[in-house]
Design a protein around this ligand. Sequence first.
Ligand code: ZN
Ligand code: ZN
Length: 180
Amino acid sequence: MDSEKTIIGQCPLCGGNVVKTLKGYACENSFGDQPSCSFFLFSTIGNRRISDAEAGEFLSKKKILLDGFATKEGKCFTSILLFNPDGSVNMTSQIGTCPKCGGTLYVGSRSVSCNNFKHPENPCKFTIWRNTSGHDFSLEELEALISSGATATPVPTYDNQGNCQQHRFGFNDNKEIIRL
Ligand SMILES: [Zn+2]
Ligand SMILES: [Zn+2]
């Protein structure tokens, strides 16, 4: 029987095809007697299974925001996966600089919040709910909000009565999320 390889995406190191293997996703150029590449992405990261679709998105966008990772102690966490220059995976929950106080923003399962939220003198209440007006923000939208103060494209948003309107998102003067 002929065997066929399942191509998941392109290798971030050499541009070759990344194929699904027993334990994860490997660059085709890592096979054989004289491999020219060593890229391999494990299909389990942070005690979480990565789906083929997620691996494909990660390979094409070079970063992905995922929920449901777990520490050895079983504590759940959210993380952004990035590639290190050597092709290994870097996990971070830092997503940018707080537009209100300049602190560091962290992404969690429900919101983005500022590391100064418990600051003794000047607590920072800056928050972006990951679901706002019925819309689930993508990583790209969160980054656009944080860095440029608004999302790029209108998306369907909903009010309490179920009315749907297309809006972009931005901030008011208090750096609270509003529909533009
Ligand atoms: Zn490669
Ligand atoms: Zn802040």
